[in-house]
Design a protein around this ligand. Structure first.
Ligand code: 9MR
Length: 442
C-alpha cells in the first residue's frame, strides 16, 4: 500500500503547477537540511510584506535571502562614518518575522565603493589619500559596525568579494594596494570578533571548476588562511553560468577538495543564462536543458556535506542583471519567468528536492532491497542491487573520509584510520537516488 502511494505521488508531481501546490522549494529543502535561497533587489522594497506574488514566492520558496545591492559599501556607508541602514533593516526585519536566514553581501569589495573611498585612487592607482593605518581603521569600523548591528540575525557574511584576478594573482583593489594582502585576513578577524557565531565566506566567480589558475589560487589562499587560524568557514562559488556549459564533475571535485581541508564550498549567486537567439529558435529545448542544469546543481548539494546552501541571483527573469550586463545577448537565466510563472527549472529543482526529502526522512534508507550494509571487523561492505555510481563516508563533522565514484554493485571499505564514532554513508545509485545511512562505530 505504502509503495503504491509513493508511486502515485511520484507520477503526479511533475504535473502540478506552482499555483496548484502548496509545496515549495524550501518545504523540501528543509527536510534535506539544505538552504535554498535567492537574492532580492530593489523590487523587494516595493513589495515589502504586501502579499504580492513577488512577496509570496519569496515567503514560500526560500529559507535564505541575500540583498543583491543594499548592503554594498556605497549604499550602507555613503559618507564616512554615516551609515544608512534603512534598506538593510527592512530586509533583516522581514527575515526575522518570516523565519528566513540571511547572507550578508558584502563587507569588502573593489566595486561599489562610495566616492569618498574612490577618492583614494587615481586611474586605479592608490594616490596617498589614505595611509595604511587610516584605511585599516575605516575598514575595521565598517565591518565592526555592520556585523555588530546584525549579530545573531545575519548567519552568513560574504566578508571579502572577488579578491582574485583570472590568473590567480590578488586583485589590486584599493584595500590590497594600501593595506597589503593582509586586508583579507584582517577583514575575517574583525567580522568574527563582531559576531563569532556568523559563518564567514570568501566569495568569487570563475572559481567553481577544479584546476583553473583562479580556482587553484583561491584554494591555496584559503588553505593558508586555515593554517594561519583565520576564522573562515567557506568559499562562495558565484556560479553565473551559461546553459549547457557547466562542468559538474570539476565543480564536484573542487567542492570535495574544500571538504578535505574542512571548508564549505557553497553556491551563492547561481543563474544560468540562455542566448536570446537560441531561445527564439527553440525555447522548449533551451528551457529543458536549463532545467536539467539546475537539477544537477541541486545534486551537488546532495552529494557534498560541505555544500548545503544554494542561492540564485534573483528568482524572476523580470529582475535579472543578465540582459543589461550582456548587452541583451543573453537572458532567461532564473527559475521564474517575467510573469512570475515557474519555469521548467523550478519544477526540476522542486522534484529533485522532493526525491531527496524521501531519502532524508528515512523512507528509502530502511529499504534493504536497495542497499545492504555489513560491518565485519574493521571493514564496511556495501552491496546494492543497482549500480552505485558514488559512495562516500563522512565523519561526524561532515568531513569526507572515503569517496569512490566508479560504477559498482559492491564496495569494501577498510576502516583502519577512521574515527571511532558516528559516520555517515551516502550512496548515489545509478537511478540518481541518493541513499543515506548512519553507522555508529563502536
Ligand atoms: O546584480 C548586481 C547588480 O544589480 C549591480 O549593478 C552590480 C554592481 O553592484 O552587482 C550585481 O551583483 C554582483 C554581486 O554583487 C557580486 N557578484 C557578481 C554579481 C553580478 O554582477
Amino acid at each position: 500500500m505504502k509503495k503504491q502511494l509513493l508511486l502515485i505521488a511520484l507520477s503526479i508531481y511533475p504535473l502540478l503547477t506552482y499555483s496548484q501546490t502548496q509545496q515549495s522549494l524550501s518545504f523540501y529543502a528543509e527536510k534535506c537540511s539544505i538552504n535554498v535561497g535567492a537574492a532580492v533587489g530593489s523590487a523587494f522594497y516595493s513589495n515589502y510584506n504586501t502579499n504580492s506574488t513577488y512577496d509570496l514566492i519569496i515567503k514560500r520558496n526560500f529559507n535564505i535571502l541575500v540583498p543583491e545591492n543594499e548592503m554594498k559599501f556605497a549604499v550602507i556607508e555613503p559618507t564616512q562614518g554615516n551609515f544608512d541602514f534603512s534598506k538593510s533593516d527592512q530586509l533583516v526585519n522581514y527575515a526575522v518575522a518570516n523565519r528566513k536566514s540571511l547572507r550578508g553581501h558584502t563587507l569588502c569589495w573593489h566595486s561599489r565603493n562610495p566616492a569618498w573611498i574612490e577618492a583614494g585612487l587615481t586611474n586605479g592607482i592608490a594616490n596617498g589619500t589614505f595611509t595604511r593605518t587610516s584605511l585599516m581603521s575605516i575598514l575595521k569600523n565598517h565591518i565592526t559596525t555592520i556585523v555588530t548591528r546584525y549579530k545573531g540575525k545575519i548567519q552568513h557574511w560574504d566578508v571579502v568579494n572577488e579578491a582574485f584576478n583570472t590568473d590567480g594573482t590578488l586583485r589590486t583593489s584599493i584595500w590590497q594596494q594600501v593595506i597589503g594582502n593582509e586586508y583579507i585576513d584582517s577583514a575575517f578577524v574583525w567580522a568574527n570578533r563582531a559576531d563569532p557565531a556568523a559563518k564567514l565566506y570568501l566569495n568569487d566567480f570563475s572559481v567553481e571548476n577544479y584546476g583553473s589558475a583562479k580556482s587553484n589560487a583561491l584554494f591555496n589562499y584559503v588553505k593558508g588562511m586555515k593554517n594561519r587560524n583565520i576564522p573562515i568557514n567557506g568559499v562562495g562559488f558565484q556560479c553565473h553560468f551559461i546553459v549547457n556549459n557547466i562542468q559538474y564533475s570539476k565543480i564536484d571535485q573542487n567542492i570535495k577538495a574544500y571538504a578535505s581541508i574542512g571548508v564549505e564550498a557553497i553556491i551563492t549567486e547561481l543563474d544560468i543564462r540562455i542566448k536570446k537567439t537560441d531561445y527564439e529558435t527553440d525555447s522548449a529545448t533551451q528551457l529543458a536543458t536549463q532545467a536539467e542544469n539546475y537539477r544537477q546543481m541541486i545534486l551537488l548539494c546532495f552529494n557534498n556535506s560541505n555544500c548545503k546552501t544554494i542561492v540564485t541571483w534573483g528568482f524572476t527573469d523580470l529582475y535579472s542583471w543578465i540582459p543589461n550586463f550582456t548587452s541583451n545577448v543573453y537572458d532567461y537565466s532564473l527559475i521564474f519567468d517575467r510573469s512570475y510563472n515557474p519555469k521548467p527549472a523550478y519544477s526540476s529543482m522542486l522534484n529533485e528536492l522532493y526525491l531527496g526529502s524521501l531519502s532524508a526522512n528515512n523512507s528509502i534508507i530502511n529499504d534493504n532491497s536497495t542497499l545492504r550494509v555489513k560491518e565485519i571487523g574493521n571493514k564496511i561492505i556495501i552491496n546494492s542491487d543497482m549500480d552505485m555510481i558514488r559512495c562516500q563516508l563522512f565523519d561526524i563533522h561532515g568531513r569526507l573520509l572515503f569517496n569512490s565514484s566508479s560504477s559498482v554493485k559492491e564496495i569494501e571499505i577498510t576502516l583502519n584510520k577512521m574515527p571511532l564514532s558516528l559516520i555517515v554513508l551516502r550512496v548515489q545509485l545509478s537511478n540518481e537516488q541518493v541513499v543515506v545511512r548512519k553507522i555508529i562505530k563502536q
